[in-house]
Ligand binder design. Structure first.
Ligand code: ADP
Ligand code: MG
Length: 206
């Protein structure tokens, strides 16, 4: 059952998730929310795939750089680089991170899937992510640990940042025939407009 508010989004359990043996924990969090996995596979990413995945428009580079600058400012420090310079440094490090070992890639579908998945994944920097999210609960890294070592912050999971980003990324990681259109039993409870009426039939008489 798909409502007009349904979206699809791409999730990558990055190499540190696989190595730490917590892929199941990650999947469980999305399943428990009521989101549906419509594609899933293990991939050993090539450098080319990692490059294409992180090949972002200039506006996204600026956003990525600015996010780092404000994290440092909140920490009482200043970075002497432009947002673009920061993003380009990070981009190279990300390719190394993503190609460090197998990743588990998934396409997830559900109402408002992009926003829900981003919330469950949590903020980029585990140090300041909201408690209850994957990055806050399961990752101990921070920009302040990763940047001096010239590596990407190990935050376990990638989740598309918008519907447009998701569309591009899903095409990159999955072919059409790897995505399965099926119905979950729980969808009736989550989305069916008549679900309460079916319940009334088994309610005890007054
Ligand atoms: P998100 O994963 O939250 O969408 P971005 O798209 O801004 O974040 O960045 C992509 C990835 O780059 C992050 O998940 C993280 O692994 C890494 N990253 C971002 N900013 C930094 C930084 N300042 N230092 C190290 N790694 C970073
Ligand atoms: Mg992003």
């Amino acid at each position: 059952m798909r409502t007009k508010l349904h979206e699809r989004t791409l999730i990558l359990c990055k190499p540190d998730t696989v190595q730490r043996g917590i892929v199941g924990e990650i999947i469980t969090r999305f399943e428990k929310k009521g989101l549906k996995i419509i594609a899933m596979k293990m991939v050993l990413p090539t450098r080319k795939l990692a490059q294409s995945h992180y090949d972002m428009p200039e506006s996204d580079k600026i956003a990525m750089g600015e996010k780092s600058i404000s994290a440092y400012e909140e920490h009482g420090e200043k970075i002497n680089k432009t947002p673009i310079q920061i993003a380009e440094d990070i981009q190279k490090r990300l390719e190394t991170y993503l190609t460090a070992g197998p990743v588990v890639a998934m396409v997830i579908e559900g109402a408002h899937a992009v926003a829900h998945v981003r919330k469950i994944r949590g903020g980029t920097n585990p140090l300041t992510a909201d408690i209850g999210s994957i990055t806050a609960d399961l990752a101990i890294d921070s920009y302040f640990l990763s940047d001096p070592d010239e590596r990407a912050v190990r935050n376990l999971v990638h989740a598309s940042g918008s519907v447009v980003e998701a569309e591009r990324e899903i095409k990159l990681w999955f072919s059409e025939d790897e995505i399965i259109d099926y119905e979950l039993a729980i969808e009736k409870i989550l989305y069916d407009k008549d679900w309460e009426d079916t319940r009334k039939k088994i309610t005890r008489e007054e």
